[in-house]
Design a protein around this ligand. Structure first.
Ligand SMILES: *[C@@H]1O[C@H](CO)[C@@H](O)[C@H](O)[C@H]1NC(C)=O
Length: 284
């Protein structure tokens, strides 16, 4: 499990010849997994909604496991008073040493900003949070949230603007997610013990049900099934894609103006030294 086998590398090269993923009929890609009717796929597969009320939240997951992907989804978050609610949208593998790539949207009182929380787990270890405010109201309309996951890096983007890059730092001993296939998961749930202003603002159930919406799933992905590795690809090159100088400049702009927490600068939290990947190459 520890290294990238030559066979996989060969299939990575071959995979570009394989077929194109069909655009987003959500029925083809996702299963509703919980919420007892609170999650719905609508409009012939064009729209998916999750809802939350006092008795339950709801969630869905992808039918397929991916081993690398360039994955876009449009989300419109719970409008109005969404304090206490959390909409999680993430990739995860299974088991105690799982890998995970997280977007989490922490709701707020009407007019106050959402927090976009991100994290990366490798081999069961996370604690790599970065948080952002957004430069638009994420409840007024759909916006595109993307994860590019290839063997060299993970890039989180919002409306095609990169906000975070987590580079492969295996050369300095930091495990990188690259051997465990991950599924997409999403859920809307109540987390008013911590989500909004650290748990001070509680969910106001008089506004329930709360609803978040999803559409335009668009993905280039690789999968491994019965030992065979294959990729679908509309846009070639994402498996080795990196940020060009324009994208790096845009990311720096977001991080300068909208980043509100970065574990890589939290010296109090890591009194014995910041995590290894926080040294220059990964700080961006
Ligand atoms: C909610 O609004 C407050 C006040 O503007 C802000 O400090 C906070 O980051 C916002 N988000 C959450 C999830 O608490």
């Amino acid at each position: 499990m520890s290294s990238f086998s030559p066979l996989i590398l060969i299939s990575l090269l071959l995979c570009f010849t394989s077929s194109v993923v069909s655009a987003s009929n959500l029925y083809n890609h996702f299963d509703i997994t919980w919420g007892d009717g609170r999650a719905k796929i609508l409009n012939n597969g064009e729209l998916l909604t999750l809802s939350l009320d006092k008795s339950s939240g709801s969630g869905f997951q992808s039918k397929t496991e991916y081993l690398f992907g360039n994955i876009d989804m449009q989300l419109k978050l719970v409008p109005g008073n969404s304090a206490g609610t959390v909409t999680a949208y993430y990739l995860s593998s299974q088991g105690p040493t799982h890998d995970e790539i997280d977007f989490e949207f922490l709701g707020n009182l009407s007019g106050d900003p959402y927090i976009l929380h991100t994290n990366v787990f490798s081999q069961g270890k996370g604690n790599r949070e970065q948080q952002f405010h957004l430069w638009f109201d994420p409840t007024a309309d759909f916006h595109t949230y993307s994860i590019l996951w290839n063997p060299q890096r993970i890039i989180f983007s919002v409306d095609s603007i990169p906000i975070r890059e987590f580079k492969n730092s295996e050369s300095i001993g930091v495990p990188f997610p690259k051997n465990q296939p991950m599924r997409i998961y999403s859920s809307l749930w109540n987390a008013d013990d911590w989500a909004t202003r650290g748990g001070l603002v509680k969910t106001d159930w008089s506004h329930a049900p709360f609803t978040a919406s999803y559409r335009n799933f668009n993905a280039n992905t690789c999968t491994r099934s019965s030992g065979i590795y294959s990729c679908s690809s509309k846009i070639k090159g994402w498996l080795s894609q990196q940020l060009d100088s324009t994208s790096q400049r845009r990311m720096r702009w977001v991080q300068k103006h909208y980043m509100i927490y970065n574990y890589c600068t939290d010296i109090k939290r890591f009194p014995n030294g910041l995590p290894a990947e926080c040294t220059k190459p990964n700080l961006s």
